[in-house]
Design a protein around this ligand. Structure first.
Ligand code: HEC
Ligand code: HEC
Ligand code: HEC
Ligand code: HEC
Length: 222
């Protein structure tokens, strides 16, 4: 082994060592690629009721909800396209909560999504609007958005391949399906919801009046 390595140049060795990481940080260029990276069809197979309930909820439609689509179109046209400091790639500002796994999308995909939002809302051709909406409907706040990406809180890194669960459960089924299971106490707290239903911790409390603020001030602290 040592003899073999001696024949490999240092730059090549470095490339080999770095390879697994660059493979991991591969960004999705299409919606289908992104969906495949965060595939929830195994969850749906075993948790059919939960999946059916989720599919028709606002979180299962967190992009194609007509209010959301219209809001994003306005944001793209009036802010991203008008403000000098912003560009269409900054649509990630909105996508982060509505589609947490967008963090693994390439810039090209973000730009394509912005185009699709505009098409879905205002294209004069109904067939084109429907096609764009259908494609966008593949993006949502899915099981892994909450049971992995947002399950450990701000400024922490969830482990890939883990299903974070709120209770002590028998983990055999998950293990057989290739997932590790970790209990997350954080998922039972209102702070879990506040990650998306409130501002990030850096924003001063007074500057962010939300339902969460009301909950903490009027229900918890009285
Ligand atoms: C911090 C997380 C977060 C970010 C960032 C975010 N949203 Fe939302 N958005 C939410 C949540 C949570 C709801 C549901 C709130 C509710 O209905 O009570 C929502 C709902 C909406 C709605 C529908 C309800 C309404 O008020 O009309 C629109 C439109 C919307 N968001 C647009 C945007 C746009 C545009 C951006 C980017 C500028 C954005 N969102 C960024 C979390 C976020
Ligand atoms: C918005 C975040 C969110 C999304 C999206 C989400 N979950 Fe959950 N899930 C939770 C939270 C929080 C709990 C804990 C609720 C509690 O303890 O009352 C939970 C509980 C559960 C439970 C166990 C308790 C119960 O109510 O039966 C199962 C099973 C579950 N989720 C599966 C799923 C599946 C499958 C999906 C996707 C189809 C999904 N979840 C999507 C946040 C989410
Ligand atoms: C092979 C079947 C199978 C697959 C695939 C599967 N689960 Fe489960 N899951 C189960 C079973 C069975 C339980 C119940 C274990 C128990 O109650 O002791 C469970 C429990 C859970 C719970 C409940 C935890 C609690 O605290 O009550 C959550 C959340 C959950 N699964 C989420 C998911 C998510 C998200 C996925 C997809 C990434 C998924 N599961 C994939 C079979 C599966
Ligand atoms: C990863 C981000 C995220 C987390 C975590 C999250 N939500 Fe949401 N939630 C959203 C988004 C985005 C929407 C809006 C979807 C839409 O309007 O289409 C939403 C919608 C809702 C709605 C529906 C509001 C409406 O106007 O119809 C309720 C209720 C809600 N969330 C409650 C919760 C609760 C309770 C928790 C914690 C257990 C939670 N959410 C955790 C992102 C999140």
């Amino acid at each position: 082994m040592i003899l073999l390595l001696r024949n490999i140049s240092l730059p090549l060795l470095l490339i080999i060592m770095l390879m697994p990481q660059s493979a991991l940080s591969k960004k999705a260029d299409t919606i289908d690629e992104l969906v495949a990276m965060y595939d929830i069809s195994p969850c749906a197979d075993c948790h059919e009721d939960k999946h059916d309930e989720w599919k028709t909820s606002t979180m299962g439609n967190s992009v194609v909800d007509p209010r959301v689509l219209r809001g994003w179109r306005t944001f793209i046209k009036l802010e991203l396209d008008e403000e000098e400091t912003l560009a269409r790639k900054d649509l990630t500002i909105c996508l982060n909560c509505h589609v947490p796994h967008i963090k693994d999308a390439s810039e090209k995909l973000i730009l394509d999504i912005a185009d699709m939002v505009i098409t879905a809302v205002e294209n004069s051709d109904k067939a084109k609007r429907e096609t764009a909406k259908k494609e966008l409907s593949k993006l949502n706040l899915n099981c892994l958005g909450c049971h992995n990406l947002k399950a450990t809180g701000f400024n922490t890194q969830p482990e890939p391949g883990v299903i974070y669960v709120p209770n002590d459960i028998n983990t055999d089924a998950h293990e057989e399906a290739g997932y590790k299971t970790i209990k997350s106490e954080f998922m039972k707290t209102s702070d879990f919801c506040a990650q998306c239903h409130h501002c990030p911790p850096e924003v001063p409390w007074e500057s962010c009046p939300t339902l969460y603020t009301t909950y903490i001030e009027d229900f918890i602290n009285t």
